[in-house]
Design a binder for this molecule. Structure first.
Ligand code: PDD
Length: 282
């Protein structure tokens, strides 16, 4: 997956160069998207492009391209990289300017996209589930913006890894917000809870699909945050993201979640999610 896109050109990754004065490099001043590609087709592209626009609006950056321009260039990149299953990554930074905290005037944004192999979700997650730990949500107040400034997320994820866990579930003001790189769900007495869309969570595209599936199949789901004690008593916990789909968490802070195996509500959701993917929903 050698071909990348940079500011209007497709070229081998080794030849792609960005200035050291790029505000993405110096200030983390940019936003991004990660889009799964199944059998050469971008999954939920419209949702991802809408969220990209929302992130750009959130940081007062102009979108360098229309949605159809994005669609064309991303589809071309997928094709250049051999189609099949891929994980597309795109980012837009405010551009190249002398280092200064305030926004530069009249600068062209840097637009970059690359693709990598989409790793199949490990079978072990499906049969046994994965572990998570709880950590304080140390991130900023605009978690709805998909900013490239990921140092807090990276630190949280590293702590999870060092504790032998897949994900860190984040607690803010006593409530579960989301994972360090995923949205989170809790099942209590058959009802699925996920935090509402506000500035405390990223409006996940996978989360939208989960909600759509739940609604279409009469699975009770509430967009309500749960407290830390509710989380610890949950029958089931799941996390979701574009690259990992919906993963059951069966161990939380070293203790089994519910029966300690992927629960029946997750089983149903995962089966429906796989069907949804198969149907080629775009
Ligand atoms: N991350 N919340 C956070 C903080 C995330 O970083 C992600 C995804 C999600 C799930 O969003 P989506 O369903 O749209 O992928 C929620 C991506 C995959 C990443 O940073 O690599």
């Amino acid at each position: 997956m050698d071909q990348v896109y940079l500011n209007g050109s497709f070229l081998p990754a080794q030849q792609a160069q960005v200035s050291v004065f790029d505000r993405g490099f110096l200030l983390g001043d940019g936003v991004y998207e990660v889009i799964p590609v199944y059998k050469g087709k971008c999954f939920q592209l419209t949702g991802h492009l809408e969220r990209l626009q929302a992130s750009l609006d959130g940081v007062r950056m102009k979108n360098p391209y229309s949605n159809s321009q994005w669609k064309n260039l991303l589809e071309e990149l997928v094709e250049l990289n051999g189609s099949g299953d891929q994980a597309l990554y795109l980012q837009v930074t405010r551009g190249v300017a002398p280092r200064d905290h305030v926004f530069p005037e009249g600068v062209t944004p840097t637009a970059f996209a690359m693709s990598s192999p989409l790793q199949a979700v490990p079978e072990k997650y499906k049969t046994e589930g994965a572990a998570a730990i709880t950590l304080p949500d140390i991130r900023w107040q605009n978690c709805n913006i998909k900013a490239i400034t990921l140092l807090p997320n990276s630190m949280l994820k590293q702590q999870a890894l060092e504790a032998g866990a897949l994900e860190a579930l984040l607690i803010r003001d006593g409530y579960l917000t989301e994972g360090a790189a995923s949205n989170a769900y809790v099942v209590i007495d058959g009802t699925i809870y996920t935090a509402p869309k506000d500035e405390k969570v990223l409006p996940g595209i996978t989360r939208e699909v989960v909600i759509e599936i739940a609604l279409a199949n009469n699975m009770p789901l509430l967009e309500e945050a749960v407290t830390e004690p509710q989380l610890k008593q949950a029958d089931e916990i799941w996390v979701s993201s574009s690259t990992k789909e919906v993963v059951p968490i069966t161990v939380l802070d070293g203790e089994p979640v519910g029966d300690g195996i992927p629960g029946p509500v997750w089983q149903r959701m995962d089966a429906l999610y796989q069907q949804y993917k198969q149907n080629g929903a775009v």
